[in-house]
Ligand binder design. Structure first.
Ligand code: MGD
Ligand code: MGD
Ligand code: SF4
Ligand code: MO
Length: 736
């Protein structure tokens, strides 16, 4: 008998609710769940590949141990024993910092990994924590952290009620939104325009989003800071600064005005490639919009002024009175786990930044992490504090981080490496032990991360769709095992007891004398469910253990298979703030100081050619290229080049060319596309599946090339440490 189950899609930030028909343990059909309170039936072509992923013969189901250079199947007990034999001695000998951890993007799509990695991290106590955040959104976290006092206090466009949206360096038509959980962007954009609203896009490529917008402007890659400074200048200049009710919550308006003084639109126009009149119009449009917002994403983060650009986007929303207003940029209020719903409303300690620096390059710590671009040098540079062991969790930095070849070589120098992953891929092939993750269909889920960035508040829980056949433990259990091993409890520790003890520790800290009572009231289920129950019940909509009888708990959320709608975003300033001043810090000194770099680069000429990245609908970073339903179709890892550039460099459509950065080059297939800004070439990342020792047969058939093989790991935004992936000078020449 066929049955239907509901599951939050784990593939991207849109977090669509899916309806999965299955029979005898087999997926029959995947469609959008029309009843889903958040996504209302929307899905994209990636969703159906859940079936392929579940059935993929290359997906690991058994732990692997490397013996004499070859992987052999192992039992879970053998795998944990091997880790217990090899990891603790390294810590004992060289100290905690000798072990590094790397988290990849799917961690934020798995409640097991999100909720239990902190336990391992605490037990390890290493400064060498890395993640995909530093090739992604750390600049936004830093700017929002400084302005609002919380790393994840990132406002998102309230698109359902907006009538003007200025999108900078994001392509939600393809990415389906990022730091903005917004299923069916296309439908929402269409509705916005149908109400008479407008969308404008700033991007060096005429993207799929630009195609549906009313207005698109090319920008010189990496130069957003100049455009944004010009816009802020124009607001002051033209008396358009109208923060409205936020005025009394602002610190630093005058310093800000002084700081942007040198950046009149007329002065920055040639630097960013957008003429002064357009810059002024963009500022006026934003200021004049009844309900509008400016939103920026990857393009504004993965560049040398990532933190400044991220900051100025919020500044623009504030100065035009669009922050914390309906139809503008608003703060979601997640049902569980949001830092900005805990502690005293309206004030706090703010964020601590740069508490330590990386050993080799001196890059600053942000939110407890160092830049992943520093990982290779921390491994391959000898000396006290050198990284000797590594744990990767759902990450593939050999493809996703700049200068993958150096990192790959460094991984081979490690004394010991563990990967928790679902594939034997470009990164996990270097491991000594691989612990396979669980198929999303065999795993319960609650969206810990993206509820914090959702355009509408909601709570949804997905129980496992299918019974687990592999006998694999939950990923939270594996993390607890590792925690026990690191704590010296050995591979056979009683992890149920450890789970109780660690939760009790948390409760002692948060509720003191009530810890025992609260623990007894939680769902008896151990592990993530219990942590989730605690999160929901103590969260802003929670039942508060009886004090708010109608409120949420896990049981309630579970009883609503298509989710519980918690309404549109509502005003949260000043309550959302956790800055020591209790104000929005409009002009943090750290950021003002960084403007010196901008001033020095005002007249930097444009290189002949620069490279930028690109995302694609049927792909997701590096790891979904083994799924047949997505892999089929035209070859996609092409370099998009404007016809003028093609003529200039002697390139033919479909021909191959050498894309070179200094002494490193890759051979790419050229696709002439006049949607590119002249002088800019675009190549997607996450390809290059031709490295030896992997086990991803479909991906290897059409491996593509790895853009990150030629990008420079030493190029970072100095404030956030985020990698510079966009606007890198390159050359392109015919390859024969
Ligand atoms: N040049 C360039 N580089 C970029 C970017 C760019 O725009 N340009 N974008 C960057 C961004 S935004 C990001 S987020 C990073 C992503 O960087 P990473 O997270 O390092 O890369 P992914 O390709 O997402 O790799 C995910 C890994 O998780 C594994 N995995 C998938 N599902 C599971 C699971 O359920 N459990 C476990 N245990 N493992 C799982 C996959 O097999 C894969 O090894 O790439 C970055 N790299
Ligand atoms: N289908 C699909 N969806 C995805 C992913 C995927 O790989 N595939 N990855 C997921 C992940 S991990 C993330 S972080 C999100 C990212 O979500 P988005 O940020 O929306 O994704 P991108 O498509 O990379 O959009 C970045 C845009 O910035 C432009 N750009 C590049 N350099 C500059 C610049 O200097 N200035 C400006 N203004 N623009 C620039 C690029 O041309 C591109 O259009 O997408 C997520 N969703
Ligand atoms: S948009 Fe993202 S979450 Fe929605 S179905 Fe596609 S991959 Fe899944
Ligand atoms: Mo990302």
């Amino acid at each position: 008998m066929a049955a239907v189950a509901r599951r939050i899609c784990p593939f991207c930030e849109a977090a669509c609710g899916l309806e999965i028909e299955h029979e005898d343990g087999k997926v029959k059909k995947i469609k959008g769940d029309d009843a889903d309170v958040f996504s209302a039936g929307f899905l994209c072509p990636k969703a159906v590949s859940l079936k392929d992923l579940h059935e993929d013969g290359d997906r690991l189901r058994t732990p692997l141990i490397k013996r004499d250079g070859r992987f052999v199947d192992a039992t879970w007990d053998e795998a944990y024993a091997e880790i217990a034999r090899r990891l603790p001695p390294i810590i004992e000998r060289d100290g905690r910092d000798a072990v590094a951890t790397v988290l990849g993007n799917p961690v934020s799509h798995k409640m097991s990994l999100m909720l239990y990695f902190p336990r391992l991290a605490r037990a390890l106590g290493t400064k060498n924590m890395y993640s995909a955040s530093s090739v992604d959104q750390v600049p936004k976290m830093l700017s929002c952290g400084l302005m609002y006092g919380g790393w994840l206090s990132v406002p998102v466009p309230d698109i359902d009620r907006s009538d003007y949206l200025l999108i900078v360096g994001a392509n939600p038509m393809v990415s389906n939104g990022s730091l903005w959980t917004v299923p069916d962007f296309r439908g929402k954009a269409k509705a916005l325009r149908a109400r008479g609203g407008r969308i404008a896009v700033i991007d060096p490529r005429r993207t799929e989003t630009a195609e549906i917008a009313d207005e698109h402007h090319f920008i010189r890659p990496g130069a957003d800071v100049f455009l944004l400074l010009g816009m802020v200048h124009a607001l002051f200049d033209e008396n358009l600064v109208m923060p409205g009710r936020l005025a009394e919550h602002l610190n630093g308006l005058e310093s800000l005005q002084a700081a942007v003084q040198p950046y009149a639109p007329e002065s920055v126009a040639s630097r960013c490639g957008i003429d002064a009149a357009t810059i002024r119009n963009l500022a006026r449009d934003l200021a004049g919009a009844q309900r509008g917002a400016i939103y920026g994403r990857i393009g504004t983060c993965t560049q040398q002024y990532g933190t400044l650009a991220s900051w100025l986007i919020d500044v623009l929303n504030i100065l035009t009175g669009h922050l914390d207003e309906e139809g503008g940029m608003m703060f979601p209020k997640a049902a569980a786990f949001a830092g900005n719903t805990r502690g005293k409303p309206g004030t706090g300690r703010g964020v601590a930044y740069g508490r330590y620096r990386s050993r080799v390059s001196g890059a600053p710590e942000v939110a407890g992490e160092l830049p992943v671009t520093c990982l290779a040098e921390e491994i391959d540079t000898p000396g006290p504090g050198q990284v000797k062991a590594l744990i990767t969790i759902a990450g593939n930095p050999v493809l996703s981080a700049p200068n993958g070849p150096r990192l790959a070589a460094a991984l081979d120098q490690l004394e010991f490496m563990v990967s928790m992953d679902i594939y034997l891929n470009e990164t996990s092939r270097h491991a000594d032990v691989i612990l396979p993750g669980v198929s999303p269909l065999e795993d319960a889920h609650y969206d810990v991360t993206f509820t914090q960035f959702s355009h509408r508040n909601h709570a949804r829980y997905s129980p496992p769709v299918l019974p687990r056949t592999s006998g694999a433990p939950d990923e939270w259990e594996s993390l607890l095992r590792l925690t026990a091993i690191v704590q010296g409890l050995g591979p056979d520790a009683d992890i149920a007891q450890l789970d109780d003890a660690l939760l009790r520790e948390d409760l002692d800290k948060s509720v003191g004398p009530l810890a025992g009572t609260v623990m007894d009231m939680l769902t008896p289920q151990r592990g993530v469910e219990r942590v989730l129950d605690l999160g929901l019940r103590s969260g802003p909509y929670g039942d508060q253990f009886g004090r708010n009888p109608g409120g949420l708990n896990l049981q309630k959320v579970r009883a609503a298979p298509s989710g519980i709608d918690l309404g549109a975003m509502t005003q949260r300033i000043p309550e959302v703030l956790r800055t020591p001043s209790g104000k929005i810090e409009l002009a943090p000194q750290l950021l003002l100081d960084d403007l010196a770099r901008v001033a020095a680069a005002m007249h930097e000429p444009a290189p002949e050619l620069v490279v930028i990245g690109r995302r694609q609908l049927r792909s997701n970073n590096s790891w979904m290229h083994n799924l047949p339903v997505l892999a089929k179709g035209a070859y996609r890892c092409t370099a998009l080049v404007h016809s003028q550039d093609a003529a200039r460099f002697g390139l033919a459509n479909g021909g191959s060319a050498q894309l070179r950065n200094g002494d490193r080059a890759i051979t790419v297939q050229v696709e002439i596309d006049d949607g590119m800004m002249p002088g800019v070439v675009s190549l997607p990342h996450g390809w290059g599946h031709n490295l030896p020792g992997t086990q991803m047969a479909v991906a290897a058939e059409r491996p593509g090339v790895n853009l990150n093989a030629i990008l420079d790991e030493n190029l970072r935004d100095p404030l956030s440490g985020n990698a510079v992936l966009s606007g890198i000078p390159v050359t392109l020449a015919p390859a024969d």
